[in-house]
Unconditional design. Structure first.
Length: 392
């Protein structure tokens, strides 16, 4: 029986993007670019135009057109200096805080300091650009300018954080929707794969042909095998429409399947099923147990001329989890005896349904063969298995 190995795909996070840039290691350049981009620069320009319009619209008829236009352009330049400087300060703050683990109070203080520092730097730059050198300035003008742009920058920062939060939330919702679609497709594919391995055409054809031969030689055994096949199909086909199952239903399905295979293999196959009656109504994902049984027969017992024995058991672990075990005394782990797709799909389904709370393990048996164990988290009886994060 092959040991299934599963490679877990890496899903990109909906949060910070990785990147690199001069002076900004890792993803900081990407974060800076998310803040300081064409859209945010255009927003600063539009706000600056609003500032100019609100200040100079009423003085249009009081000044000469040339003088009015020059004053408006000068004020637009000064406003853009303040707006863009504060924007760059916000972007640098977001980039530098990207990889730090700070509490809410520390983050708020850092962002407030970035806005205030950017406003102060902008006021100094405005003096430098206007006069060509730093000049003594009126304290009241400096305080008023820094105060106005600290308020404007704080408001813009809050809007930016809100927009990024909304964008991140939409990305997470889209990612969750994609994961649900993948999970649904995986569930259907896993059931189809399990049924294809068990109710494939040659299996049905060989079983029916065997029934026909038995009716010619031993009608009693032929009727018994036909009844077992009907019981198996009656148990297997409805699982395609079920979101969850119970241990009782899965054991019945495994028993019906093993009964049919035993009639075909004869003395080459023996099996035993043991389970605490109190666990029969426990919720389990459908088609997991039959997949393990089919894998044990196909890769463990069928290749051996002598066949072998399969033991199925279910018990409650001390921590309350449910453990299902399928053990065989077949040929053990053989790398060339199968692809292990069924076991890989089973592992993926368990991870999607229960997260790290469930596991599928394979190990060599004490007397040879392979022991497959499925560990499932405790759930109320009759509760169907549901994807992690979704109500059952």
């Amino acid at each position: 029986m092959p040991a299934a190995s599963v490679s877990t795909p890496t899903v990109p996070s909906a949060g910070r993007a990785a990147g690199s840039g001069p002076g900004l290691p890792g993803g900081r350049a990407a974060v800076f670019g998310q803040v300081v981009n064409r859209a945010s620069i255009a927003a600063v320009f539009y706000v600056a135009l609003l500032f100019v319009a609100s200040r100079y619209a009423i003085s249009l008829h009081l000044e000469l057109p040339g003088e009015w236009l020059m004053n408006a352009v000068r004020y637009l330049r000064q406003t853009l200096i303040s707006g863009l400087t504060v924007l760059v300060a916000i972007g640098a703050c977001e980039a530098l805080l990207d990889e730090r683990r700070l509490g809410p109070a520390a983050l708020l203080a850092a962002r407030a300091a970035a806005v205030g520092g950017g406003s102060m730097l902008a006021a100094l730059l405005r003096v430098q650009v206007t006069y060509g050198t730093l000049q003594p300035m009126e304290w009241s003008w400096f305080v008023a300018t820094v105060g106005v742009w600290t308020l404007n920058g704080g408001l813009g920062y809050a809007l930016l954080r809100y927009a990024r939060h909304e964008r991140s939330a939409r990305a997470r919702l889209a990612q969750a929707a994609r994961e649900r679609e993948v999970l649904s497709a995986q569930g259907v594919q896993a059931r189809l794969s399990a049924l294809q391995a068990q109710i494939e055409p040659h299996f049905l054809f060989n079983t029916l042909a065997h029934v026909q031969r038995l009716y010619d030689t031993d009608p009693q055994r032929g009727r018994h095998m036909l009844r077992a096949l009907i019981d198996y199909l009656r148990a297997a086909l409805p699982t395609m429409r079920l979101a969850g199952s119970t241990l009782r239903r899965e054991l019945d399905l495994a028993r019906s399947f093993l009964t049919i295979v035993q009639m075909r293999m004869g003395e080459r196959l023996a099996f035993e099923i043991r389970a605490d009656p109190a666990l029969l109504d426990c919720a389990v994902p459908p088609m997991v147990l039959p997949t393990l049984v089919e894998n044990a027969i196909k890769h463990g017992l069928a290749p051996l001329p002598r066949g072998g024995r399969i033991g199925i058991s279910a018990c409650r672990l001390p921590d309350g989890d449910l453990q299902i075990e399928v053990a065989d005394d077949g040929q053990g782990f053989v790398a060339s005896s199968g692809s292990g797709v069924g076991l890989a799909n089973t592992r993926s389904r368990l991870l999607a349904l229960y997260g790290e709370r469930a596991a599928l393990s394979l190990e060599s048996g004490a007397g040879g063969g392979v022991v497959a164990r499925v560990r499932l988290p405790a759930a109320p009886a009759g509760t169907p298995a549901a994807p992690a994060g979704e109500p059952a």
